[in-house]
Every structure is written in structure tokens, then in C-alpha cells.
Design a protein around this ligand. Structure first.
Ligand SMILES: C[S@@+](CC[C@H](N)C(=O)[O-])C[C@H]1O[C@@H](n2cnc3c(N)ncnc32)[C@H](O)[C@@H]1O
Length: 383
């Protein structure tokens, strides 16, 4: 269902959203069972991530998509693709029968012109909806997002004020986000609302790892429900080279992973001490590090090119559990692969999810447990 190390995350989720947490746990259990028993057809997924747009107004230093090394910005032809609201509406109609949890992602999802309208529609269909945003447009959209019934707002914050702005490359960004978050706090207090839950997510990187504790005050001031520190996703050349053998079998390109080809430059001993110190205190919100590593694992994760996550099961269940919808309509098993299961403009989701392409991908993946490029991917630590 979930590794024992993720139990605390699950428990905290359960306290805040009991029905949702139980639904997720039950679905993951069934999916894991179907994986172990090698069902011919995959069960419908627990989660659907809709990648609304490749566009982003930021160029964050550590971002594998749009950062200094990012791959998306080099592909102008990709960036113009976006699905119409009508196509997404029809898609939501097709999938609502199995009640997946929806995440709106990008690029920057709030740049998609009908983002709020889509949240409203997803909530009309009574599906759980979460958005991951850089918050630049929050101040002007927050009232509508709350009224639309958004369940969870994940805001990316990598530091307090000037540190955040420098990592994200946009002076004034932190203050603009702050205005949106203060507005959210006031609306929730005035109307006695619990939702949307506010989750702050911080990506640990070479620029902020010495100052992680500054985020604790930030989360407190904004009335956050949780603060999650995500370990940095990056790849070594060795991962890319080994992946090429798999790519040949799948007729896949994993070149988008090249945006994550950088050295983390993190002193693991200092980071580990910081983690211990932060976790030794109590806060008015949940604080978590993801993945939640021991000292030995943390060292391996950041320093060893041949690292494999042994304490978490080293097998990827993501293509059984989650579907990614891309701005061109393709359904993909992974954010950084070209491999597609099919396109929602041509076929129904049900057809695509168990198409020949989907089955072949799952077969090759299950034979390998996980692919060489995937060793530091977030999805590997979720299930
Ligand atoms: C790629 S962004 C897309 C959504 C939105 N534009 C935002 O900034 O939240 C999603 C999250 O990935 C995080 N991220 C960026 N680069 C990362 C990396 N190399 N490893 C792990 N997380 C990363 C960002 O900080 C952000 O919280």
C-alpha cells in the first residue's frame, strides 16, 4: 500500500482528510495486488496528473524542465500545444466513473487560461483536486479557486523572500505569493473553511539547503497545513547511458531527463544534521522530508551514481497507479519519456489505459522492476 516509512505522511493525511486518505490507501492496495498477480488488464489508476501547459513564467535554477539546464525551453514546438477546455471537460466526463484524484500541473498550471473553470468542473464531478503552482498568479485567482472548491493548494517555496526570488529568478515573486496566501488565510478564517489545504513544498538544492529552517517561519505565518521538503531529483550520466538500452526496446526517448543532469553540490552531513534538527521540534503544521531517508540512504542518494532505493521497494508502480495527460493530448507513463499509451483526442481513456502500447510498457517495466534513469524519481518512493 505504502512503505512503512511513509506511514507518518499517511497518518497526517488521514487526520485531515480521512475519507480521501482511506480511498487512496484502498486503491493503492488493489493496484499493488494487481501488479503482484500480473493482471492482464491494469485497474483504472488512482491518480491523474494533467499537465495543463508547458509554459512557465519562471526559470528556476534547479528545475529539470525550465531551469538553467531545462529541456522544455529548447523545444518551441512543444510549448504551443495546449488542450481546449472542451477536450478536458470531455476527458473528465470519461474518467469520473472511477473517481481518480486529479492533480493540475505544468509548466505553470495557472497560466492555462481555463484553469479555474477546469477546477470548478472537476469539483462538480466530485473528484479530489490539487494544484501545484509557483503562486505568481495566486493573488488574482485565489477567490475563484476557493469558490470552485479546490481541495489542496501546493505552493512551491524554496526559501524566505530574497532567497526564493533568487532561486526562482524573479525579484518580487515572494511578496506577490505572500499577498495571495494572506488573502487565502483571510478567506478561510472569515468563512470558517478548512479547504483548500495549504501545502508548502520546498525543493532541497545547493542554494537553500543551509537555510531550510527559514521555511518553518514562512509556513507558520501563512497558516500552512503542511511543509514538505523534497529531495532534489537529478541524474548522473551513468543513468542516461544505461537507460539507452531500455529505450531501444521501447522505442522510447528519455532525452527530457537530460534537463536533470546536474551535480547536486550538497554536503550530505550538513543536510542530515539539518533534517534531524528540524524534525526534532513540534510545529502547528506537519513537517516532512520526502523521501524520508536514513543517513546512509541520504548519502547514497546524493553521492552514488549506482544508487538504488533498497529501503523502499525498487520497483516502479507508477504506470499502474497514475496517468499523465500532456498538453498535446497524449497519455504517458512518465513525465520525461516520449513513450505514449495513446492520445485522448483519438481514443477514450479506457481504451488508452489498456492499449497494446500500455501493456508492452508495463511488461518491460515489470521485467526490470524499474528503469536505470528512474532511481531518483519521486514516484519510486510513493508506493
Ligand atoms: C516543475 S514545478 C511545476 C509546477 C509549478 N510551476 C511550480 O513551480 O510549482 C513542480 C515542482 O517541482 C519542483 N522541482 C523543480 N526542480 C526540481 C528538481 N530538480 N527536483 C525536485 N523537484 C523539483 C519545483 O520546485 C516545484 O515545487
Amino acid at each position: 500500500m505504502f512503505p512503512i516509512r511513509n506511514f507518518r505522511r499517511f497518518f497526517n493525511k488521514f487526520l485531515k482528510q480521512p475519507f480521501y486518505a482511506l480511498k487512496v490507501a484502498k486503491k493503492r492496495f488493489l493496484i499493488k495486488l494487481s501488479y503482484k498477480l500480473k493482471f492482464k488488464e491494469a485497474l483504472m489508476p488512482e491518480a491523474i496528473t494533467i499537465f495543463l501547459t508547458h509554459r512557465c513564467n519562471l526559470s528556476c535554477k534547479m528545475c529539470g524542465q525550465w531551469g538553467e539546464m531545462g529541456i522544455t525551453r529548447k523545444q518551441d514546438s512543444l510549448i504551443v500545444n495546449e488542450l481546449s477546455f472542451e477536450t478536458l471537460q470531455e476527458f473528465i466526463d470519461q474518467i469520473s466513473f472511477f473517481r481518480p484524484n486529479i492533480t493540475l500541473f505544468g509548466g505553470e498550471p495557472l497560466l492555462y487560461k481555463d484553469c479555474v473553470k477546469l477546477v470548478r468542473y472537476i469539483k462538480e464531478k466530485k473528484l479530489h483536486c490539487l494544484i501545484i503552482t509557483n503562486g505568481w498568479l495566486l493573488e488574482e485567482k485565489i477567490i475563484d479557486l476557493v469558490n470552485a472548491g479546490l481541495d489542496e493548494l501546493n505552493i512551491s517555496l524554496d526559501g524566505a523572500q530574497e532567497l526564493h526570488d533568487s532561486i526562482r529568478g524573479l525579484p518580487g515573486l515572494f511578496n506577490k505569493i505572500a499577498k495571495g496566501l494572506i488573502k487565502l488565510k483571510m478567506i478561510k478564517q472569515k468563512n470558517k473553511l478548512k479547504k483548500p489545504l495549504l501545502n508548502i513544498q520546498t525543493t532541497i538544492n545547493q542554494y537553500n539547503y543551509l537555510r531550510l529552517e527559514e521555511l518553518l517561519d514562512v509556513a507558520e505565518n501563512f497558516g500552512a497545513n503542511s511543509l514538505t521538503f523534497h529531495n532534489l531529483i537529478f541524474v548522473f550520466h551513468a543513468n542516461i547511458e544505461k537507460q539507452k538500452e531500455i529505450d531501444k526496446i521501447l522505442n522510447n526517448s528519455s532525452s527530457n531527463w537530460e534537463g536533470f543532469l546536474f551535480s547536486p553540490n550538497i554536503d550530505v552531513d550538513i543536510l542530515y544534521k539539518k533534517i534531524k534538527k528540524i524534525l526534532s521540534n513540534k510545529y502547528s503544521f506537519d513537517v516532512d522530508f520526502y523521501p524520508n531517508f536514513s543517513y546512509k540512504e541520504l548519502k547514497e542518494y546524493y553521492l552514488n551514481p549506482a544508487y538504488k532505493p533498497k529501503q523502499y521497494s525498487f520497483c516502479c508502480l507508477s504506470p499502474w497507479t497514475a496517468a499523465y495527460v500532456f498538453p498535446d493530448g497524449s497519455i504517458k507513463p512518465c513525465l520525461n519519456f516520449s513513450y505514449s499509451f495513446g492520445n485522448i483526442k483519438d481514443k477514450s481513456f479506457k481504451q488508452i489505459w489498456n492499449s497494446q502500447n500500455a501493456k508492452f510498457f508495463r511488461k518491460v517495466l515489470q521485467q526490470n522492476k524499474a528503469f536505470p534513469i528512474c532511481t531518483r524519481c519521486t514516484e519510486l518512493f510513493r508506493y
